[in-house]
Design a protein around this ligand. Structure first.
Ligand SMILES: [Zn+2]
Length: 168
């Protein structure tokens, strides 16, 4: 998904937990939405819509009830870029991924990387380095209570998996 903003910037939505994206539930639908989560254990996506903020100019893009994209421009220049980001600020719970592959395949330009939103991506061809950096980052983010899930894979095999549990 890619929106070309009126300012020339591109708004790209290719991963989860996008900083300049939010889910909109109409107040008139709010109780139906809560009931669907309670009853089925998952949300009723038909009640939700997506909105995006442009990183450059602060314009908001909202899908209307018919799926048509509408643009709203900020009234003044002191608008708050990142207005759709987490209420937790930089403490939102993110996902950590580490992966390493034995042979270089056409889709991978490097043999291993550790990736987490808001952190520098680490690349290495050495499995032991990938593993070390992954667990360093894992311990740090977990201790800071800023982690939702973590996955480490070695040549397609899951080596380590962890998921946040609020009751634990
Ligand atoms: Zn823009």
């Amino acid at each position: 998904m890619k929106i070309e903003c009126k300012c020339g910037n591109y708004i790209v939505d290719q991963t989860d937990m996008v900083r300049n994206k939010a889910i909109l539930i109409a107040d008139q639908d709010w109780f139906d939405f809560l009931e669907s989560v309670e009853e089925t254990g998952h949300d009723d996506r038909e009640l939700s819509r997506t909105l995006y903020e442009c990183d450059e100019c602060g314009r908001l893009y909202i899908y209307d009830q018919n799926g048509s994209l509408k643009c709203f421009s900020p009234e003044d220049e002191s608008h708050n870029i990142n207005i759709l980001a987490s209420m937790e600020g930089d403490n939102w719970k993110r996902s950590l991924f580490g992966g390493w592959w034995k042979a270089s395949s056409a889709i991978r330009t490097q043999k291993g990387y550790v990736e987490c939103e808001g952190e520098d991506t680490y690349e290495s061809t050495e499995w032991l380095e990938i593993k070390e950096v992954y667990f360093e980052m894992f311990e740090r983010l977990k201790n800071e209570n800023r982690l939702r899930s973590a996955l480490l894979r070695k040549d397609g095999e899951d080596i380590h998996f962890w998921k946040y549990n609020k009751d634990a």
